[in-house]
Design a protein around this ligand. Structure first.
Ligand SMILES: C[S@@+](CC[C@H](N)C(=O)[O-])C[C@H]1O[C@@H](n2cnc3c(N)ncnc32)[C@H](O)[C@@H]1O
Length: 321
């Protein structure tokens, strides 16, 4: 259910304690977001009117009050992602502390289309605070939801490591000529947070729905969703749209992670194993295979990760020199 209401009073009325698995939300930033088009010099005719901004002098109390509700409705193993600009980030950080949330990661989301400036640096990032309730050790996190342990990037690094780094480079969507909300979050960003931090049929809540981006991606990934938007114009425009999204429609297009576990992973290397590996490695080198190709073959034959093989070969080289 979605509510065209203030998120603080609305959540008190409609959401019970400990019922939400994941909160993803992008509150107003108290930077006159309702007038942002003046800075961006953008054509506002496709932007929905009535974005509700919070005055700076009320931002701290406002943040404390909605984050208190977030803490109340979140399950013990649940988590929360808050997207924030840097201008009033301090208020959000203090409100999190006051409400007994711990920050697990402070993620930087780097996007395109920063505001062009001449006399200062261009702002082209947001902060994403990934949090849990204090003292809860077990938080739902699906480590291999996008990449398996042995998948590689184009540069031969670990794809999983790269995906789990805390700087995310994700472009905003350029929706020329389409009706939109101010500050709409891109699907790729939402997909990443939802996949890592929830399972199918879990409940995802957004306190500030705007164009319902979180709710739309959650539904497309077969999660349940709920949330609040105080602006009637945005709410009425989006509420019909979300019902037309087929639940789970994005699932079939997801990349399937290769969860290949090597059959000898974790076993220590015996002298004999090392001997056999080096003999086979030298044989492959006589076939003029590159190290990358050789390690791929050896990984399959010896049931070990490529880094483990690389380390043995390197150690053997340095012994000889
Ligand atoms: C930054 S936007 C959210 C954008 C959204 N994440 C998206 O991708 O479209 C913040 C939204 O919060 C709404 N809002 C402001 N105060 C609110 C309140 N007290 N309760 C619910 N919504 C509120 C604003 O009208 C605005 O649409």
């Amino acid at each position: 259910m979605y509510y065209n209401e203030d998120c603080i009073s609305g959540s008190k009325k409609h959401l019970k304690d400990g019922t939400v698995d994941l909160i993803i939300t992008d509150p107003p930033f108290a930077i006159s977001g309702d007038k942002l088009h003046k800075h961006y010099n953008r054509d506002e005719k496709h932007v929905i009117d009535g974005y509700v901004e919070i005055p700076k002098d009320q931002y701290m109390d406002f943040s404390i009050n909605w984050i208190a509700q977030a803490h109340r409705i979140l399950k013990d193993d649940g988590s929360m992602y808050i997207v924030s600009g840097w201008s009033n980030l301090l208020d959000i950080l203090l409100a999190l502390e006051q409400n007994e949330f711990d920050i697990i990661n402070h993620i930087i989301w780097k996007y395109n289309f920063g505001v062009y400036t001449k006399k200062k640096y261009v702002t082209s990032h947001y902060h994403i605070l990934y949090c849990k309730k204090q003292n809860n050790k077990k938080v739902k996190f699906n480590t291999n939801c996008r990449f398996g342990p042995s998948e590689k990037t184009e540069n031969d690094g670990s794809a999983l490591y790269s995906d789990m780094e805390d700087v995310w480079v994700i472009n905003r969507e350029y929706k020329q000529g389409k009706t939109k909300n101010k500050n709409q979050l891109p699907k790729e960003l939402l997909k990443k947070m939802i996949l890592y931090s929830s399972d199918e049929n879990d409940l995802v809540c957004d306190f500030f729905l705007g164009s319902f981006s979180t709710a739309k991606v959650a539904r497309a990934l077969n999660r349940n969703s709920t949330g609040f938007e105080i602006n009637s114009e945005a709410f009425d425009h989006q509420i019909n749209k979300i019902e037309k999204i087929e639940a789970g429609c994005m699932l079939k297009d997801l990349k399937i992670p290769e969860n290949k576990i090597h059959f000898n992973q974790g076993k220590s290397w015996s002298e004999e194993d090392i001997e056999k590996l080096l003999t086979r490695y030298n044989a492959l080198k006589t076939q003029r295979l590159s190290d990358k190709e050789s390690f791929e073959i050896l990984s399959g034959e010896f049931g070990r990760g490529r880094f483990s093989i690389l380390n043995i070969v390197k150690a053997n080289r340095s012994e000889k020199t």
